[in-house]
Design a protein around this ligand. Structure first.
Ligand SMILES: Cc1cc2nc3c(=O)[nH]c(=O)nc-3n(C[C@H](O)[C@H](O)[C@H](O)COP(=O)(O)OP(=O)(O)OC[C@H]3O[C@@H](n4cnc5c(N)ncnc54)[C@H](O)[C@@H]3O)c2cc1C
Length: 747
């Protein structure tokens, strides 16, 4: 989260009670062995690529992701096995080997989870869910996807063999849920794996944490470790700082917790400040299970053990009831065994092996004395492994360390020592989960496992994306200033934006403010400011003006490349301009205007890649029109955009400023040529208008046609508009508007 806030231009300080960064992804070093403490299965790796890209970096320069194969091996109590992973066909043939004929059911399960993924991940995982309307709007899709079923029931409707049902129902356990109760929406994890595979960072998950830490330091995020936050300082209805255990107080414009939200609300914020999350309401929540994790190193290697092995006990449903309902320790545990050296040999000393084994257990709402039970369970697990996958384990143990729900409560501050915060039940998901923007206090935000979309590395990273969309701009809002500038300086578009929904119009005003300011610097000979902006942009440093663009990037997904191209083109025209060829001119027009068309696409809600060319062309067309309108003015600033190849002799400033009829004729004919080039681009722009939502179609078509009209005026009376700027009259604008309204409804 800190990186995303930094990207928005905030000064960020991370405060964490642990001695090392990484939270639940701590690394434990025991002698010559090192162990990843938590996450080991990396899915949706693109989320990290995206994070590094925000700062113009490549993730692969910081950490390498290795493919894991198979993704998991399932070991069943009857001695049978199933390797899951690879291509779809590999899994189908494994399933048919285990249970002949069931491969087709699996195929249907994958197809169904793809649909769930399309809604649950692609559409909703990084979208704020703080409005109830957002939830209501999703209800039909969620019902169609049978979200009222549990994961186990949904999987059971496709697969008959109980071993397969269990194996393909485990995904909720990866995010703390009971497969018998967790909404089938979580089947999306199944497709997440299928789509992007399962990965392991070279050097372990700790290497990923190190890579993120390096990036944080490089971009100026401050990290304060071993600092326990004991209180949220509240001023009226606003969270304004934190008090540390040491007594030190830290004040901030925004507080973002990725700590466990129920714990933060219950223990760090006085109840008098909480209307939504009262202690009574917090007491009614259902929590994820606890985790018993044993880390151990062996003096020998176990090369036949895969990277991720799920060892299923005899009774699946009974175990789940013990964990979630009866809240007792079972003597028939299901285990997850992690052997990272299977993928990366550096994860264990030579000829030795390093493991962790994880058993889901009841959280601390159960009356279990972990001081006593810990070693007992460790022995139980050791015996179970010794009898199955790790013969002779007891004799070759070199190092050993385990954690229990006591540690999750004490070390990671999770309420009831849960492994994954509140359980992923339907009634605790999306709008019903802890909101990413606090309902109780202003300036307080949450990301991480307890918030939308939920636990697990992809969920937690996505939750940071949601917060990024919710926090205010790092610069004073000033919406009215942007709007004023827009309406006073852009008369052509001014009327058009009245037709936009408020949020989009505000984004357009802000974008206009950024581009217009850059343009003013370019026009007013403030090239130094432009160049400085470019340096800050390329080095990802905060910048008063460009942080507004970063803010738009976070909210609307604008690309970095377009602003880079825009500034490059503007810097390129600082020391006079002599365009030689048509293609050079088109490249320039793309830089200064096509890019703006492209920037507006996400604000208008256009994501289809096919639409981009048309948006670019519309910008190019408008810029060509601008060039024809401003030949005189530009020439006075030593800028000649009319391509030299269109003249017999390269045009000079004197020729362009001349009133001589021969010169006028020549310039008018070049302008006319450029205006027909513009018309081809307007036509392409019009062809792309159907990609826009209905209301935007009218706005964009109107804006385009009004611009095109400037070209018509120039063509109609080239002498008059040689020195004078062609301006479309109000009545003409209205005349253009009517067919645009009509077309918007029929196209
Ligand atoms: C054993 C285990 C295995 C897992 N395996 C996987 C896996 O393979 N794949 C996967 O995708 N996910 C996995 N997960 C889930 C994933 O690790 C978590 O969902 C995710 O790391 C949670 O991130 P977070 O930022 O919400 O919380 P954390 O990582 O816990 O970070 C929160 C940090 O805030 C600190 N903090 C809390 N309160 C305070 C306070 N008052 N003052 C100061 N600091 C505080 C905490 O101590 C912690 O360091 C696993 C989890 C565990 C425990």
């Amino acid at each position: 989260m800190s990186l995303r806030l930094r990207h928005l231009g905030y000064d960020v300080t991370v405060v964490d009670n642990n001695p090392k960064p990484g939270g639940r992804a701590q690394v434990y070093q025991l002698g010559e062995y090192k162990f990843d403490g938590g996450p080991t299965v990396i899915t949706a790796p693109f989320l990290f690529d995206e994070l590094f890209r925000l700062f113009g970096r490549k993730r692969s320069d910081y950490v390498e992701f290795l493919p894991v194969e198979p993704w998991y091996r399932f070991e069943f109590a009857d001695g049978s096995k199933l390797d899951y992973g690879g291509q779809l066909e590999d899994t189908i043939s494994e399933i048919n080997r285990l249970s002949p004929g069931e491969g087709s059911g699996y195929q249907r399960l994958v197809a169904f989870s793809k649909n769930i993924f399309g809604v649950g991940f692609e559409k909703l995982a990084d979208q704020p869910f703080h409005r109830f309307q957002t939830m209501i709007k999703q209800i039909p899709a969620l019902l169609a996807l049978k979200s009222y079923l549990s994961v186990y029931s949904l999987v059971g409707s496709f697969l008959k063999d109980d071993r397969l049902r269990r194996a393909f129902s485990i995904h909720p356990l990866l995010v703390g849920g009971n497969p018998l109760q967790t909404t089938s929406i979580y089947c999306l994890i199944h497709y997440l794996e299928r789509k992007w595979g399962v990965w392991f960072p070279k050097g372990g998950t700790g290497a990923l944490v190190k890579a993120l830490e390096k990036l944080m330091v490089e971009v100026g995020v401050k990290l304060e470790l071993n600092q326990q936050v004991n209180k949220v300082i509240v001023d009226g209805s606003k969270a304004c700082g934190v008090r540390l255990e040491s007594g030190e107080e830290k004040f901030a414009d925004l507080l973002v917790f990725d700590a466990d939200p129920p714990k933060v609300y219950r223990d760090l914020i006085d109840e008098k400040h909480r209307t939504k999350w009262s202690n009574a309401k917090l007491g009614r929540l259902s929590f994820s299970m606890g985790l018993f994790v044993w880390y151990f190193g062996t003096s020998r290697s176990y090369p036949n053990v895969e990277h991720h092995t799920i060892i299923m006990g005899e009774a699946f449903k009974e175990l789940l009831k013990d964990i979630y309902d009866r809240k007792v320790l079972s003597d028939d545990l299901s285990l997850y065994l992690h052997r990272p050296a299977a993928t990366d040999s550096s994860m264990a000393p030579k000829d030795k092996d390093a493991f962790y084994v994880l058993a889901p257990v009841p959280n601390k709402l159960a009356k279990i004395d972990w001081q006593e039970a810990g070693e007992r369970i460790r022995l139980q697990v050791q015996n179970q492994l010794e009898k199955t996958l790790l013969p002779g384990l007891g004799n070759c143990l070199e190092v050993s360390h385990f954690v229990t729900p006591d540690d999750f409560e004490g070390k990671f501050n999770t309420l009831w020592g849960s492994g994954f915060s509140i359980a992923p039940l339907f009634r605790q998901s999306a709008w019903f989960r802890f909101h990413n923007r606090s309902e109780d206090l202003e300036n307080l935000y949450f990301c991480g496992a307890g918030t939308h979309p939920g636990a697990g590395v992809p969920g937690v990273v996505s939750s940071a994306k949601v917060v990024e969309k919710l926090v205010p701009s790092s610069r004073p809002a000033n919406e009215s200033k942007f709007q004023e500038i827009f309406h006073s300086k852009s008369r052509t578009f001014s009327l058009a934006t009245f037709l936009l929904p408020k949020e989009r119009a505000e984004a357009i005003f802000r974008l206009y403010y950024v581009c217009r300011t850059l343009d003013d610097w370019a026009d007013e000979g403030q090239g130094d400011k432009l160049k400085q902006a470019m340096v800050s942009w390329k080095n990802h440093q905060p910048h008063e003006l460009l942080d507004h663009y970063r803010y738009l990037q976070a909210r609307w997904g604008l690309a970095s490349q377009h602003l880079t191209e825009l500034m490059e083109a503007m810097i390129g025209e600082q020391d006079g301009v002599r365009i030689q060829t048509e293609s050079e001119l088109i490249k320039y027009c793309h830089g200064v205007a096509g890019t703006i068309g492209l920037m507006t696409c996400p604000i208008f809600g256009v994501t289809d890649a096919n639409a981009m060319k048309h948006a670019d062309d519309l910008g190019i067309a408008m810029q060509l029109t601008n060039i024809c309108r401003d030949v005189h003015e530009d020439a006075k600033s030593d800028r000649i955009y009319l391509p030299a190849e269109f003249f017999e002799n390269s045009p000079t400033v004197a020729v362009l400023l001349s009133e001589n009829s021969q010169c006028l004729k020549q310039v008018s004919s070049v302008k006319s040529r450029l205006l027909s080039l513009a018309n081809e681009h307007y036509a392409s722009g019009e062809r792309g208008i159907h990609f826009l939502p209905l209301r935007m179609r009218m706005v964009v078509r109107w804006a385009g046609r009004m611009y095109k009209e400037i070209g018509e005026l120039i063509n109609e009376d080239p002498v008059r508009y040689n020195q004078n700027r062609a301006v479309v009259s109000g009545s003409r604008k209205m005349r253009i508007l009517l067919p645009c309204i009509f077309k918007a409804f029929v196209s």
